[in-house]
Design a protein around this ligand. Sequence first.
Ligand code: IYR
Length: 222
Amino acid sequence: MSDPKPEFLPLDFQVVGKSEQKSRADEFFELLNRRRTVRDYSDREVPIGLIERAVATAGTAPSGANMQPWRFVVVKDPEIKHKIRAAAEKEEYESYHGRMSEKWLRRLAVLGTDENKPFLEIAPYLIVVFRITSIVEDGETEPTYYSQESVGIAVGLLLAALHNVGLATLTHTPSPMKFLQEILGRPKNEVPFVIIPVGYPSEDAMLPDIRRKNLDDIMEVV
Ligand code: IYR
């Protein structure tokens, strides 16, 4: 079979003036700098349209060979959320009581996390992100390329999109996460990547007192 020929279209590039570049840079930083990982949720409803738009935004991420190796399963059914919570808490119990190293547990101590995950039932939506590891085309299996990086970027855009509309999120990774494949009936080539509870914080939501690194500590110009 011959290779497909490249076909090109002109780029529709929006030029941003200098002073607007500066103000947009500041505004975007300030917006995203207000994002915090939230673990205390209210059950206040969220319009599904906002979730759809955010997932569509995540789907604009670049991906290896443009294979878009992601699947976003949006869970709102209380029974499914209950199953996910029960399975996650079972794994988390094992993790907190023997599977995680002392060093790891010390790192988590400041976050105040433990095996209890009520947010998995309270948050109105859980977005379960799967990474597609391979596809079948013309009866042949082919891996996806750079799928970890691609899905990681898509999740970053998803968190930003949800934050932009005033919704709180948590990147939750119970380990191992295989139970998600079973509960949500996903095929073997879809590997769980992260669970993202989405909703509004509870009235009394609390946050760990942790800080972001300074620019000097994360960036070097050479
Ligand atoms: N998955 C566990 C533990 C945990 C691990 C990391 I790395 C965190 O940044 C936070 C928690 C949990 O969700 O509690």
